[in-house]
Write a protein that binds this ligand. Structure first.
Ligand code: ZN
Length: 386
C-alpha cells in the first residue's frame, strides 16, 4: 500500500510537470478548518459540491525513510485541489501533526492526516455547504498542563455547563410563519430567556449565538465541545403545511426514528429528504447510542415540563419525545436535545411565540426540566450500550 501511495505521488508530479489540465466537472476545496478539543481534533474540508468517499479511511504506519509519521488517508472523488495544500496545514496539537491535501489522480484528492497520537476516528459528510468531517480521537501528549478529567454524564450532580443553541440566524431565517413570525427571532429570544433562568438555577450558560448571525451546524457543536459542556439544548420552532398542526415536541439523537422525524430533521439540517438518506447511513456508523439514554431522560423531563407545567391559559398539545437524526445533536459525549417549541404556521402558536410573556413561560419550563435532570439521582440505563 505504501508503495502504491509513492507511485501515485510520483504519477501526480509527472502529471503536473506535463502541465495536464484540470478535467471539467470537478468540485473545488473551499476551505480546510480545524478545531482541537480535549479529546479529539476535528478536520472539516468544505467543498463546492458533494464529495464521493472512494473508500474508508486507511491507516499507514510510520515511514522512517521518507520521514513520515503514522498517517490516515482517504480519497475524495470528484474533487480538484491542485497544489493549494501540498505544503499542508501544521497543527501539532498533540493528536495531529498536520493535514495535507493533494491531487492523487485527475479526479481524486487525497486527504492525509499526519498523526501524533491516535486511538480512533470517525468520518462523515454533511451537505449545504458540502463538507467532509473527520474527528480523530486520542490521548494528547502532555503539554505540562494536566489534561481535564473526562466527564461522566452519569454524575448529573456535577451538571454545570449548559450550551444553549438558538436555531438558525443571519441569512437562515428558519421557518417562516404567520404574522411575520420568523423562527430565528423566536429561537434567539427564547434562548436568552432560558439562559437567564438557568443562571438563576446555578448553571453556567454559553450560547452558540447571541445575535442574528449565520452559523454552520458544526460551528454550533464546536462551541459545546470546546467548552466541554455538560448539556446541549438546541431551540427551534416548527412548521407544517397544514395550519391546524400545533404542539410541542422534543428530540434526541438516536439511530432509530420514525418517518415524521425525518421531515423535521431534513428541514432543521437544511437538506432535502433525499440527502437525509446519506445522513442516516452516517449515523448508523457513529457511536451515538451510548449517550441516548441520558439524552432521552433529559428530553422526557423537559417535554413533561413544557406540556404539563405551563400556566393554564397556555395549554399545548403534547407531540411527545422523539428520536431524530439532527446534525446539531452529533456531540461526542454530551447529552443533547432539540426542542421544537411550537408551530409558527399555526395561528394560536404563532401569536404566542411573538409574545415575550409566552417565551418566558416556555423558558421557565425548559429550565426546570434541565434542573430536574441535574437533581435526579437515579441512574439511567445506558440504552443500546451493549
Ligand atoms: Zn429550526
Amino acid at each position: 500500500m505504501r508503495r502504491a501511495v509513492g507511485l501515485l505521488g510520483g504519477l501526480l508530479v509527472v502529471l503536473i510537470l506535463l502541465g495536464v489540465e484540470r478535467p471539467r466537472g470537478l468540485g473545488d476545496v473551499v476551505e480546510v478548518r480545524h478545531w482541537s478539543y480535549p479529546d479529539y481534533t476535528r478536520i472539516v474540508v468544505e467543498t463546492t459540491r458533494p464529495v464521493k468517499l472512494k473508500s474508508e479511511i486507511h491507516r499507514l504506519g510510520p515511514n522512517q525513510r521518507a520521514n513520515r509519521p503514522e498517517r490516515l488517508y482517504v480519497d475524495l472523488g470528484g474533487l480538484w485541489v491542485g497544489r493549494k495544500y501540498t505544503q499542508g496545514i501544521k497543527l501539532g496539537d498533540g493528536l495531529l501533526q498536520g493535514v495535507r491535501l493533494g491531487q492523487n489522480t485527475l479526479s481524486t484528492t487525497r486527504l492525509v492526516l499526519d498523526l501524533q497520537n491516535y486511538e480512533r476516528h470517525r468520518m462523515f459528510t454533511l451537505p449545504n455547504p458540502d463538507r467532509v468531517v473527520i474527528d480523530v480521537y486520542g490521548r494528547r501528549e502532555s503539554s505540562g498542563r494536566e489534561a481535564p478529567a473526562r466527564r461522566m454524564p452519569a454524575d448529573r450532580r456535577k451538571t454545570k455547563t449548559v450550551v444553549i443553541d438558538p436555531g438558525h440566524g443571519g441569512r437562515d431565517p428558519g421557518a417562516l410563519g404567520l404574522y411575520s413570525v420568523r423562527e430565528k427571532d423566536v429561537t434567539l429570544k427564547l434562548a436568552k430567556s432560558l439562559g437567564s433562568k438557568l443562571e438563576d438555577l446555578g448553571f453556567e450558560v454559553l450560547f452558540t449565538r447571541k445575535s442574528d448571525r449565520t452559523m454552520r451546524l458544526e460551528e454550533r457543536t464546536a462551541i459545546a465541545e470546546a467548552a466541554r459542556a455538560d448539556l446541549f439544548v438546541s431551540i427551534h420552532a416548527n412548521a407544517a403545511p397544514r395550519r391546524s398542526v400545533n404542539g410541542i415536541e422534543t428530540y434526541y439523537l438516536d439511530k432509530n426514528h420514525e418517518r415524521h422525524s425525518l421531515t423535521v430533521a431534513a428541514r432543521e439540517n437544511g437538506v432535502s429528504r433525499e440527502q437525509m438518506n446519506d445522513l442516516q447511513k452516517t449515523l448508523a456508523k457513529l457511536r451515538v447510542s451510548e449517550l441516548s439514554g441520558y439524552s432521552r431522560h433529559l428530553a422526557d423531563l423537559v417535554q413533561a415540563e413544557l406540556v404539563g407545567g405551563l400556566p393554564r391559559r397556555y395549554r399545548v398539545k403534547d407531540l411527545g419525545v422523539k428520536k431524530g437524526p439532527f446534525y446539531v445533536l452529533f456531540l461526542s459525549d454530551t447529552p443533547a436535545i432539540l426542542v421544537e417549541a411550537g408551530f409558527v404556521t399555526n395561528k394560536t402558536e404563532a401569536k404566542r411565540l411573538r409574545s415575550d410573556a409566552y417565551l418566558e413561560a416556555l423558558a421557565d419550563r425548559i429550565a426546570t426540566g434541565v434542573a430536574r435532570y441535574r437533581d435526579s439521582g437515579q441512574r439511567v440505563a445506558r440504552q443500546g450500550a451493549s
